[in-house]
Design a protein around this ligand. Structure first.
Ligand SMILES: [Zn+2]
Length: 120
């Protein structure tokens, strides 16, 4: 079991970026800059976001989790699926999880939220 704590939700920042883009204040290249690793990680470790990409409307939008923690060593900064996170939390009592939205079609990416995962 995993319990998630200390969630920091970046929904407001996301809306702000999207508003600026719609107003023409940000260029698409500035916000659609996911690199190859991020797009690949979202394909292999992520899951469908369940809603269309806010930039290009693609229904291939993905949501992927990245884990961080001082004790994690080389696992820190890697993408993991939810089953893996459940296992890892049993071994490392506290890890930071970032949820990132990634569009493989236009390369839009955004850090949706950050939270602490603990064994529950
Ligand atoms: Zn897109």
């Amino acid at each position: 079991m995993v319990a998630y704590r200390n969630e920091i939700n970046h929904q407001w920042e996301r809306q702000h970026v999207l508003q600026q883009w719609r107003a023409g204040l940000l260029r698409r290249e500035e916000i659609c800059d996911a690199d190859f690793i991020l797009v690949t990680a979202s394909t292999f470790h992520g899951g469908p976001a369940g809603y269309p990409c806010p930039i290009c409307g693609s229904d291939r939008l993905r949501s992927v989790e990245w884990i961080y923690g001082e004790d994690l060593g080389r696992m820190s900064g890697t993408a993991r699926n939810l089953e893996e996170i459940e296992e890892i939390v049993q071994r490392y009592p506290e890890i930071t999880v970032h949820t990132v939205e990634v569009c493989p079609a236009c390369r839009w990416n955004f850090l949706m939220k950050a939270c602490t995962a603990v064994a529950g």
